[in-house]
Each structure stands twice: as structure tokens, then as C-alpha cells.
Write a protein that binds this ligand. Structure first.
Ligand code: PBG
Length: 338
């Protein structure tokens, strides 16, 4: 190319956005969002027994663990700086019934796990799930009367479940059931029992989603669930309704709110964060995890990069943090990078 031809192909641009991207140091300098280990909440599946760790087939790298094994894993996660874990039990099918009785037993799997974790690792936050699905014979989050999940009767059980968990040492009560009025009822019940400092993280905008499939495999409700959860979980088509749900939960005393699932609902995360300026969490649910892992295992994408990119995307959308099965793996990468 002659000099003349060369200069004629050169644009005279004042703005060249690529200048800031030319090197790693420059990209870091202008970066708008960062992912930190403090953004990660680790959901954990529990089973009875000792020394047990069973793989969840649809979630490669995820296990159902007995309390002792879970405590060891949680101790490692705490050392990496993961601030909190969320507990989900796979209840022995023989202990499940129509009324979810075992949910109110102070010796149930979740309560025993709370006490064991608090004793071994008092510095990690323990989040317990309030909903009846791990305990009902029909797999629904509430009480089934005829073919209806009855709201107010369910809320009465949920408040007792929340108090049972608080007594076991739960730091954050996380109602994932989507009954109306449960946050206020739980707040009142916790306060009446002297648990003013127990926080509530409400699954405020929780959608009736196909992405929960592998989770139901993990807690053993996929085969027992009768029908679907559309009469209480939200319609994926709705966005304004999510704002109304979040607003109700905040009014009723939620300290933190959640949007669930995560990646297909980043628009909701953004609206909730911008509208309420309250701590807003996103749940990267089991199906999202499974999709990334399955593609990675097939060599169809770089699993580690997809994991980190997906987590960063939640932060960019405005989330305060993310519930993710990737938590310990991402924490290790962040620690190595830092
Ligand atoms: C139910 C509950 C679900 C999840 C957390 N709590 C599933 C459901 O509503 O059926 C899903 C989490 C995941 O898919 O990772 N209380």
C-alpha cells in the first residue's frame, strides 16, 4: 500500500471506543462491574446418614450430602470467603406426608444441619428455605385441599416452620413458597418469639419455571409432584407483577428480595434493583447450572468462562449477589485471581 492509499483508508474519528480495550490493564481500569466472593451464596442439598455424598445426575459436580460431609464442605467455602449457604433437604420419602409434618420437627435434617454448621463455622451465614415441598407427599409448596393449594392455612404452617428454623440457629429465613401474606406473618411470628434479628430474604418474584427440573431431582420431588405450581408461582410473561410482589414483601418486612430464575429474568432483576434500591438477589437455578455444565461437558463451550460470565452478568443487571451452585468453584477462581 502506498502512503496515499493508506491515509485514505484511515478514518478521522474523535471517538474510538476500542482504545480503552487495547490492553488488560486498560480494560480493568474502565471496568464498570466486578464479581467478588462476597456476592456468592451457595445452595446445598442434604441427606440423612453419615459420610454420604451422592451425585445429582442432572447437576454434574453437585452432591446430596449428609450433614458431616456438608459441614466439611461449608468450612472450606467459608475459608474461601463465601458469606452464606442455603440449605435444601432431600427428605426420606417415608417421612413426607400430606401436611408436611416433619417441617415442624426441631430434629429434622435442616434443623440439625443448622446447629452443626453454626457450631463448626459460626462465621458463615445460614439461610433456610421456608416452603413445604421437601416435606409433602405431593411435592407442592403448600397444603393441598382437593386440587387447591390453600393459602392461609399454608401460611400458618410456614410461620411455625420459620420459627422452628430460627430456634435451630438459622440466620436468614427464605420463604420460597409464593403464598400471599407469608412475609408479614413470618415477621410477626419471629418477633413474637424474640427473633427480631433473624433476617428475611423473600423469594419475591419467583416464576413457575421449567428451569427448576434438576432441583426437583436433587430433593426428590420430580416424581411425586402432582400437577404444576402455576397457581402460586408467577407467570413468566409478567414483569409489572414482579414489582408488585416485591413491593408487598418489602412492606411486610423482607430485608432482602430475590428474583428467580436468574439469567432468563435479568430484566426483572434490573427493574427490581432500580425501583426499590433494596438488597436484590438472583437465583441461578438448577436448570441454568445444568445447561452450562452439559454444554461444557460436551466441549461445546468453555465451562469456566461461561460460569464467570453468567455470574458477572447478574451483577451488571443490578443484583447484590447470586445464589449459585457454582459458588465454591467461582470463589476459588476469584481467590486465585486476587
Ligand atoms: C421450592 C423451591 C424450588 C427451588 C428452590 N425452592 C423449586 C420449585 O419451586 O419447585 C428451585 C431451585 C433450583 O432450581 O435451583 N420451594
Amino acid at each position: 500500500m502506498t502512503d496515499r492509499e493508506n491515509s485514505s483508508t484511515r478514518l478521522s474519528l474523535v471517538q474510538r471506543p476500542r482504545r480503552n480495550r487495547k490492553s488488560d490493564w486498560s480494560r480493568r481500569l474502565v471496568r464498570e462491574t466486578t464479581l467478588d466472593v462476597s456476592d456468592l451464596i451457595w445452595p446445598i442439598f442434604l441427606i440423612e446418614g453419615e459420610g454420604r455424598s451422592e451425585p445429582v445426575a442432572s447437576m454434574p459436580g453437585v452432591f446430596r450430602q449428609s450433614i458431616d460431609v456438608a459441614v466439611a464442605a461449608i468450612t472450606e467455602a467459608a475459608a474461601l470467603g463465601v458469606p452464606a449457604v442455603a440449605l435444601f433437604p432431600n427428605t426420606d420419602p417415608r417421612l413426607r406426608d400430606e401436611k408436611a409434618s416433619i417441617a415442624l420437627d426441631p430434629e429434622n435434617l435442616v434443623c440439625r444441619a443448622c446447629r452443626a454448621i453454626k457450631e463448626a463455622e459460626p462465621e458463615i451465614g445460614v439461610i433456610t428455605d421456608v416452603a413445604l415441598d421437601p416435606y409433602t407427599s405431593h411435592g407442592h409448596d403448600g397444603l393441598l385441599v382437593g386440587d387447591e393449594i390453600v393459602n392461609d392455612e399454608t401460611v400458618a404452617v410456614l410461620t411455625r416452620q420459620a420459627v422452628t428454623q430460627a430456634r435451630a440457629g438459622s440466620d436468614i429465613i427464605a420463604p420460597s413458597d409464593m403464598m400471599d401474606g407469608r412475609v408479614g406473618a413470618i415477621r410477626t411470628a419471629l418477633d413474637a418469639e424474640g427473633f427480631q434479628n433473624v433476617q428475611i430474604m423473600s423469594y419475591a418474584a419467583k416464576y413457575a419455571s421449567a428451569f427448576y427440573g434438576p432441583f426437583r431431582d436433587a430433593i426428590g420431588t420430580n416424581k411425586t409432584l402432582r400437577g404444576d405450581k402455576r397457581a402460586y408461582q408467577m407467570d413468566p410473561a409478567n414483569s409489572d407483577e414482579a414489582l408488585r410482589e416485591v413491593s408487598l414483601d418489602l412492606e411486610q418486612g423482607a430485608d432482602m428480595v430475590m428474583v428467580k430464575p436468574g439469567m432468563p429474568y435479568l430484566d426483572i432483576v434490573r427493574r427490581v434493583a432500580e425501583t426499590f434500591h433494596a438488597p436484590t438477589f438472583a437465583y441461578q437455578v438448577s436448570g441454568e447450572y445444568a445447561m452450562i455444565m452439559a454444554a461444557a461437558q460436551n466441549g461445546w463451550l468453555d465451562g469456566e468462562r461461561a460460569m464467570m460470565e453468567s455470574l458477572l452478568a447478574f451483577k451488571r443487571a443490578g443484583a447484590s449477589g447470586v445464589l449459585t451452585y457454582f459458588a465454591p468453584r467461582a470463589a476459588r477462581i476469584l481467590q486465585d485471581a486476587g
